[in-house]
Design a protein. Structure first.
Length: 327
């Protein structure tokens, strides 16, 4: 069986659905809370649901049956401020699961983040060497916690500490797609802005505060969630592949590009308004991200990414425009 922490979340629930389609038995560890997050799993064939506080005892009883642990559970908000809680969840829990996998010979795939790169002043190369990781400067506590864990993993691998038989950290870039609706303001721009666009209202984007970047020309590497799932499935099929890997489309695109595609998919004339960026996030704002994908390609992953021109209309027509938006 495959154990997926954060399996009711965005990427996690899409992975669980894909694993079920491949005939895998899947156990989900997550919190559902008092919102519609449960709908992310409503169509999935899940073997068991485990609360995070019960995970340790569950592993004691059922760990022998686990073939791989895909660790996607985290505090993922880039604006979260309780750093002690972030460290407890994103660092200490992650390390305890790494150690369990190392002790019991279980494969370990975990979610890192493009937020580890900070403003990108040192590039976006997924170099797992300690000296390369040391140069990165994340801009928020979430990114720092993911970076802290990446560095701990790199140190373990370099120093000959016990490691899982397979380990892979995935630096996800700007992921969009179905089942992200519980994320509130942390949803992708496509999901956040679609209701206004569909209603014929203007789409709002942040103004730029750099002279070399026009309003709306800030860029992101937008990656469709199916592409992220495909990477995880490929890793599960290739147990000899280890390392830290970027997961993106490999091409930076502007928010203006994204907006135009969203209007076209919704069948509405473009209306874009540029609004002030909140003061607290201006100093920590990334103006461009782009994922070099050479390391993953060199490892053997050869699936072509979903172009934005295909991903946005697919997301709108198959999910956002329907009464049932869930995968």
């Amino acid at each position: 069986m495959i154990l997926v922490t954060g399996g009711a979340g965005f990427i996690g629930s899409n992975l669980v659905a894909a694993l079920a389609e491949h005939g895998e038995r899947t156990v989900v560890c997550d919190r559902l809370r008092q919102q519609d997050k449960w709908r992310n799993l409503a169509k999935a064939d899940v073997l068991e649901l485990v609360a995070p506080e019960q995970l340790g005892s569950w592993l004691e009883q059922h760990g022998d049956a686990v073939a791989a642990l895909v660790h996607l559970g985290a505090i993922s908000s880039t604006t979260a401020t309780d750093v002690d809680l972030i460290v407890e969840v994103n660092v200490r829990l992650s390390w305890s699961l790494w150690q369990w996998c190392a002790r019991h010979g279980k494969r370990f795939i975990y979610a890192s983040s493009a937020a580890t790169y900070g403003a990108g002043e040192h590039g976006f190369t997924d170099d797992a060497r300690r000296e390369a990781l040391l140069r990165l400067r994340p801009l928020n506590a979430y990114g720092w916690s993911k970076h802290f864990f990446d560095r701990r993993v790199a140190r373990a691998a370099a120093d000959g500490e016990p490691v899982p038989p397979q380990w892979a950290g995935l630096k996800f870039f700007n992921v969009y797609g179905p089942n992200e609706y519980h994320k509130g303001t942390m949803q992708s721009v496509v999901a956040l802005k679609y209701p206004a666009v569909a209603a014929g209202r203007p789409l709002t984007l942040f103004k730029s505060y750099r002279r070399d970047c026009a309003d709306g020309e800030q860029q992101r590497d937008f990656v469709f969630v199916d592409d992220c799932v495909a990477v995880i499935l490929w890793l599960l099929e290739h147990p000899a592949v280890n390392g830290l890997f970027n997961v993106g489309a490999g091409q930076a695109r502007s928010f203006n590009d994204l907006a135009q595609l969203l209007f076209r998919a919704a069948g509405k004339p473009p209306q874009i308004e540029y609004i002030d960026m909140p003061e607290p996030i201006r100093a920590a704002y990334q103006y461009r991200t782009e994922a070099p994908m050479e390391r993953l390609r060199a490892a053997g992953f050869d699936r072509a990414p979903t172009p934005l021109e295909a991903g946005v209309p697919h997301y709108v027509e198959r999910y956002l425009a329907r009464a049932d938006r869930y995968r």
